[in-house]
Design a protein around this ligand. Structure first.
Ligand code: AMP
Length: 205
């Protein structure tokens, strides 16, 4: 089983991906986590990516596609993958399609977490206050200004992959504003019985 979790930053993709890893034995592939590991390691790629990430912009398709291609061939990905934060452009979606076709393991579903952007900004501010209270430092791209930029980038560059997957009939949408267990239950319903195709149209304004 290969899944994409799609949705703007802060929609809860990482939380749901971690649960799907445990329940279904899939491997979470988060391009954001891979890039942060490069930044932490101080690699050349990490140094290049950091400024782009801090500005809320997208790292180049070429770099991201090469990162995913290298991971897909590792043994830990052979039971299936949850793509988290990838693809973020139509070019990335096309490249993924070709990679999975070549491996003979197509996408099972693209699950879109639909959320209200204003609530995401509130959630982020709450998260930062909680972290500050615990004496923890937020991620360097974790602030309201960068989030707004990232939401704009999502609308401009990532949202066009929604019709792309609608055409391929792999898109399923769930209400990402529900609480974590409820979102998880909606995702399980999609995986168990294909889920309601029409939900996307009902939830999106
Ligand atoms: P994330 O943790 O998925 O929100 O990603 C953090 C940042 O890493 C993003 O704001 C981008 O700068 C970069 N990034 C992560 N995934 C991608 C991707 N698929 N394409 C381009 N840039 C990405």
């Amino acid at each position: 089983m290969n899944l994409i979790l799609l949705g703007p930053p802060g929609a809860g993709k990482g939380t749901q991906a971690k649960r799907l890893e445990q329940v279904h034995g899939l491997k979470q592939l988060s391009t954001g986590d891979m890039l942060r590991a490069e930044v932490a390691a101080g690699s050349e790629l990490g140094q290049k990516a950091k400024a782009i990430m801090d500005a809320g912009q997208l790292v180049s398709d070429e770099i991201i596609i090469a990162m995913i291609a290298a991971k897909l061939d590792t043994p830990e990905c052979q039971n299936g993958v949850i793509f988290d934060g990838f693809p973020r452009t139509v070019a990335q979606a096309d490249a993924l399609d070709k990679m999975l076709t070549a491996k003979g393991c197509p996408l099972t579903a693209v699950i879109e977490l639909q959320v209200d952007e204003d609530v995401l900004v509130d959630r982020l501010n709450n998260r930062i206050s909680e972290m500050t209270a615990r004496g923890e430092a937020p991620r360097s791209d974790d602030n309201a200004e960068t989030l707004r930029k990232r939401l704009q980038v999502y609308r401009d560059q990532t949202a066009p992959i929604i019709p792309y997957y609608e055409r391929k009939k792999t898109l399923r949408s769930v209400d990402g504003m529900a609480d974590i267990d409820d979102v998880a239950a909606q995702i399980d319903a999609v995986l168990n019985n294909g889920g309601p195709m029409g939900a996307a149209r009902q939830l999106r304004p």
